[in-house]
Design a protein around this ligand. Structure first.
Ligand code: FES
Ligand SMILES: [Fe+2]
Length: 416
């Protein structure tokens, strides 16, 4: 089924579906041209966007259990986490499991088109309503508990209770599912897994919102999903997404051939950022007037604080794909990355679907066998490193520095 069908259930369609009012393809072209100008400057000057100086990080930033407990509490349970895209549950009755942040949660689209999130926990004796783990999703107009068959509708309401009279007179004898904050905005579904305040997704995205809006994530249709793992702290794995300083050495047979090493355009949007890496075709452009530059496709790494990366790109001109990486800890020294590739504007043909599958397979292999390999090896070293050992992020690892500073600020623990 095509993503975006649920918009039919919304009365104010133009409010919910920004694509009806705006030509996003034109906006992406403008963004691509702006990025191109900046990257031509960087390539001409053989430099990269940089921080004022290097940043040493004590090994404990990655290995310390107390710090990790604070991250779990303030980030994974406390911050809005991306549970998926709208197209993962396009229709009323669709449900996905989101268990990577901690508690097992169900994210469901109700008959009214609204997305809500609940503990995947029966209100009778706590059984899991859906026993599969992430990235499981399905269509279930009614959730039936596998233990004693209490049932719930997609809005979390208890709608069936065998031997109901046995629970009469008890104030918790007939509860609806326990709800946690959830918001759907610009095609992203956010959940605050630990409960607490409602999510203001627009405020959370801030200045990044117009950029993400142009990606039309509300139209994205999932093609392939899987899990990548690293025997490392989640931040060590995350650090690999936001710098191009490692392309030539670590990715010598892939992006190291096609792209410049250590040239990155970095745009910061509060705690979020965007990074672009020029490919080697940029080498010819500084000598040409802008009127002779080719029109390039928009693309780049979009980092959503604290753990999500959206890569929008094209395999060949005009053949786009959207990649979603969500990194979660399974303990201080284990990372689980939920990786998914989407057809950005819905699956249009078998050929395009195959291309998106290629974008999954090729990237999964590189990330798993190269980026996460060095993350695991480096992390193992940190565990036995001298007590005062620090890693150091160069000024050229500008965006990575920002990630660490913002995480430290959010958990209330300084970096040094
Ligand atoms: S635990 Fe769900 S019906 Fe009993
Ligand atoms: Fe990499």
């Amino acid at each position: 089924m095509r993503a975006g069908v649920h918009w039919e259930f919304c009365e104010a369609m133009s409010d919910r579906d920004p694509g009806l009012a705006t030509n996003f393809a034109a906006r992406r072209q403008e963004m691509a041209r702006d990025a191109q100008r900046r990257m031509v400057e960087l390539v001409a000057a053989k430099t990269t966007d940089s921080a004022p100086g290097p940043l040493p990080l004590h090994k404990g930033v990655y290995t310390d259990e107390t710090r990790f407990a604070a991250e779990r509490e303030h980030l994974f349970l406390g911050q809005p986490m991306v549970a998926g895209l709208s197209g993962d549950i396009p229709n009323p009755g669709d449900v996905l499991v989101f268990d990577a942040a901690g508690p097992s949660l169900l994210v469901m689209r109700g008959k009214d088109g609204q997305v809500r999130a609940f503990r995947n926990m029966c209100t009778h004796r706590g059984a899991k309503l859906i026993e599969e783990g992430e990235p499981f999703s399905t269509h279930l107009p009614r959730l039936v508990c596998p233990f004693h068959a209490w049932s719930f509708d997609p809005a979390g309401k208890l709608v069936g209770q065998p031997s109901k009279e046995s629970f009469a007179g008890c104030d918790i004898g007939a509860r609806n599912l326990l709800e946690v904050p959830c918001a759907e905005h610009l095609g992203l579904i956010f959940v605050r897994a630990g409960g607490g305040d409602p999510i203001d997704a627009a405020a959370h995205l801030g200045e990044l919102a117009p950029v993400l809006e142009a990606l039309e994530l509300h139209r994205a249709e999932p093609v392939k999903k899987g899990i990548l793992t690293a025997e490392s702290n989640w931040k060590f794995a995350l650090d690999t997404y936001s710098e191009g300083y490692h392309f030539a050495a670590l990715h010598a047979t892939t992006i190291g051939i096609t792209h410049y090493n250590d040239i990155a355009r970095v745009d910061r949007f509060g705690r979020h950022h965007r990074v672009g890496f020029p490919d080697k075709s940029y080498g010819a452009l500084p000598d040409l007037p802008e009127s002779e530059w080719p029109q390039v496709d928009y693309g780049g790494v979009h980092y959503l604080f604290p753990n999500t990366v959206i890569f929008f790109g094209s395999i060949e001109p005009g053949k786009f794909f959207t990649q979603l990486f969500r990194l979660f800890p399974d303990g201080v020294g284990k990372t689980r990355c939920h990786f998914a590739v989407y057809a950005p504007f819905g699956v249009e043909s078998d050929e395009q679907k195959a291309m998106c599958e290629m974008a999954y397979d090729g990237t999964a292999t590189v990330v798993q066998t190269e980026d996460y390999r060095v993350a695991a090896n480096g992390y193992a070293n940190l565990l036995t490193a001298p007590d005062d050992y620090h890693v150091v992020l160069g000024a050229n690892e500008n965006a990575v520095q920002a990630v660490h500073r913002h995480i430290a600020e959010a958990i209330g623990m300084p970096l040094d």
